[in-house]
Design a protein around this ligand. Sequence first.
Ligand SMILES: *Cc1c(COP(=O)(O)O)cnc(C)c1O
Length: 445
Amino acid sequence: MSDAGAGAGIGTEGRNTDGKFGEYGGQYVPEALMPAIEELTDAYERYVLDNEDGFVDEFRDRLRDFGGRPTPLQRAERLSERYDTEVYLKREDLLHGGAHKLNNALGQVLLAKYMGKERVVAETGAGQHGTATAMAAAHLDMPCEVYMGETDINRQRPNVFRMRLNGADVTPVTAGRGTLKEAINETMRDWATTVETTHYVLGSVVGPHPFPAMVRDFQAVISEEARRQIREQTDGLPDSVLACAGGGSNTMGAFAAFLDDEDVSLHAVEAGGSSLTVDEERGVAPNSASLSTGGEGVLHGARTRLLQDDDGQILESHSVSAGLDYAGVGPELAHLVESGRVRAVNVDDDAALAAFHRLSNMEGIIPALESAHALAYLERVAGLDGPATEGSSGKPRDEAHDDLGDTVIVNVSGRGDKDLETVIEETDRREIEEAPEMDVFTEGL
Ligand SMILES: *Cc1c(COP(=O)(O)O)cnc(C)c1O
């Protein structure tokens, strides 16, 4: 690969752009959505891959001026000492909005403009993607409607307020349990009837083609920068790259520019939740580890790996971090794991919480609970997290204990301010070594 990031188009050669990733991917959508999907595929090829009308240049300029890119690649001094490995943090927490999500939201809202659309819709679960989309829409003067489950609206008040501040309409979805799954269905329904005027800003590398390829291309800026930065700082490439995986957009973004560097090992860290054992009776998987434990099936328009029971019913997932709490995963990531290029591992809720505290008090960076999963994996590999027990780690100790090498990049996908309330509650119930006395904080609340 050429030195990606040095102004190259986003869809650089070698990257898969046809939406078929081995057996995964595709376009499993109802007839009514096909015109929208075809129009979007055409726009993806023209504007994103071929830089028609200078789309890619404008995208990069706006990422710089509005988003604050490039984000730093920072050597973490205490962590490097602790793990006897050079640990570098890719600071997506410093992107405008506090997470990597703006890369994709800005790309898609800008694309909607180039396509001549008058309005964007989006779905959101915890509210992070809705917030990023509302910000991008305000920035580009585009009307924005965000569908959000009623249950989620009630648990995510600050994000609802942020979206409304940015001028977006937040529409409650009352169907089912009133969470992300129902919000996605409602957004698809809206899109199917408003195709002419509306673009659907999907939040991760999931869904029908072209979304997985396109969202990856918008997020690839993470690894394009990181690859250039690590070479400037160390004169070489890293031995490994770690990123947490929910749908997998920060993961694919952190890996994309390293895929052809065969000596760089890539680790996708999933949410092991509270246990890896499925509760068949209640239809619940107390984790979100679809790569490590899921089966093959179709979810939201793509063939991929997902959490399902023996009859193919989607299981309810769980993670202490809302952003990882999803029953599926992007089809390209599923394929890269199957082909052996990416290793899928998982850490549980407790390990992620401990890592949240550790990065905060050792390095002065409060990470998102999602990102804390990637950081927790360092502890596991160093053998500092105690013996692996069923439910606390996906694999027997030796298998999980992969050598990360001398230089590791960890993608810090976002900042943790949004997670403080969850962390106070969850830490209170556990004994976490690095944690301060939590009643100090809760007394005043
Ligand atoms: C949403 C989110 C994630 C998970 O989404 P991916 O598509 O898997 O990247 C991870 N980290 C943060 C900070 C998030 O907001």
